[in-house]
Design a protein around this ligand. Structure first.
Ligand code: ADP
Ligand code: MG
Length: 379
């Protein structure tokens, strides 16, 4: 729906703010422009609705050259939201929400209906439309701020760091809200941020800018998995690359040694082995190390005490993972079946290792907290 071709902005004085930007944006996509300060994000965004006149290049909206669309029509199809402008204190919530529609000279009934529709989308009562901002809590005002951006029903909405100055919790809530509204209302949103986490969370595609140039344009997953060059790699931050890693990690990378016993052994031996190795589960294998089942503390009490051998009491119903399977699948399986651990077998069903809740927790902590520790060390 939006085709940007060799878009360029040279400011007076010769500063090249945006250099030959070419990209395509589809209807309903959430696009994040990200880059360091001065990389040309704001300039690029503002050229899309001609708040900044391009020096050269073209922008086509639904097949039409933007330069040939008159500015009022253009504003009706592209909205622009700058860094968290607050609500107007002397205007009611209704008037705040319908500010842009009124500027675009909508009919009164239509803007009224829109105000009622939008306030219902953020679970606030219609009666609030008559209130003034100061009568709402801070969080409620923020929600009004977000729906106001959608009120004019433009298909494309440009947002320049709208959540930049908010505290992390409010930012998180509003990110969820804008994403949900964007999906439900099928809006195309082009969003500028300098926060990679925000871009990853919200965007269908991320455009990484550097010194006016588009360096990489792809889905968050593809960018994280295949950063095109060292600049992108550094920009993403090594911690985020690691953070993504658990998704691709296999059980083999984190499994520990499984303590096992062969099926022909006696129960006495099994108990002694468990005590000695301090484990509550013992895996039972055949002579070729093939997994047959397991013993745990419960299976050794009660009735079992009169039995003599492992083969008489071991539990055959066992859940396991195959070598090479994804770690996240093992996590899912452990949680779903409320297991304490899950053995890993090779293609011949031979026991090769064990995933425990404890070692999964370690990995989760490593990826969540590890980078923070790293940052502390770096600073
Ligand atoms: P970003 O939003 O990524 O921080 P900008 O688009 O605001 O970057 O700016 C890109 C470059 O263009 C910067 O070097 C900036 O100083 C320069 N620039 C921005 N606006 C103007 C202007 N009106 N006149 C001259 N230079 C400008
Ligand atoms: Mg900017």
């Amino acid at each position: 729906m939006l085709h940007i071709e060799k878009l360029k902005k040279v400011y007076r004085g010769g500063k090249i703010a945006v250099d030959d930007l070419t990209l395509d944006i589809q209807k309903g996509e959430f696009i994040a422009f990200i880059g360091t300060s001065g990389s040309g994000k704001t300039t690029a965004l503002r050229m899309l609705n001609r708040m900044v006149e391009p020096t050269s290049g073209t922008v086509t909206i639904n097949g039409k050259d933007m330069m040939k669309i008159n500015p009022v029509t253009l504003r009706r199809s592209i909205g622009y939201v700058i860094q968290q402008i607050g609500l107007m204190p002397h205007m009611t919530i209704r008037d705040n929400i319908t500010l842009v529609p009124r500027l675009l000279q909508w009919q009164k009934e239509k803007s009224e209906a829109t105000a009622r529709h939008l306030i219902s989308l953020v679970n606030l009562p219609e009666s609030y439309l008559d209130y003034y901002p100061s009568q709402l809590s801070g969080g409620q005002q923020q929600r009004i701020g977000v729906i106001r951006a959608l009120a004019a029903e433009q298909d494309i909405i440009l947002m320049d760091e709208p959540f930049g100055a908010l505290d992390p919790i409010t930012r998180d809530t509003l990110q969820d809200l804008i994403k949900e509204l964007q999906r439900n209302l099928n809006k195309t949103i082009i969003f500028v941020t300098h926060d990679m986490d925000e871009a990853i969370k919200l965007a269908d595609k991320i455009a990484i800018m550097h010194e006016g140039k588009l360096i990489q344009f792809d889905t968050p997953d593809n960018i994280l998995a295949n950063p095109i060059n060292n600049f992108v790699k550094e920009f993403i931050g090594s911690h985020r690359l690691i953070q993504q890693k658990p998704n691709f990690k296999t059980v083999d990378e984190v499994m520990i040694k499984a303590i096992s016993i062969t099926i022909e052994r006696s129960l006495d031996e099994a108990i002694r082995l468990m005590v000695k190795s301090r484990v509550d589960t013992l895996f039972v294998t055949d002579g070729d190390n093939r997994l047959l089942g397991y013993l745990n503390v419960e299976s050794l009490t009660g009735d079992a005490r009169s039995k003599k051998s492992v083969s008489e009491v071991y539990i055959k119903d066992i859940v396991y993972m195959k070598t090479g399977s994804k770690l996240q699948d093992s996590v899912r399986r452990i949680l779903k079946r409320n297991l304490n651990n899950i053995p890993v077998v090779d293609n011949q069903n031979r026991l090769i290792g064990l995933i425990t809740r404890a070692n999964i927790v370690d990995i989760v902590y490593e990826t969540i907290w590890g980078d923070e520790e790293q940052e502390l060390k770096d600073s």
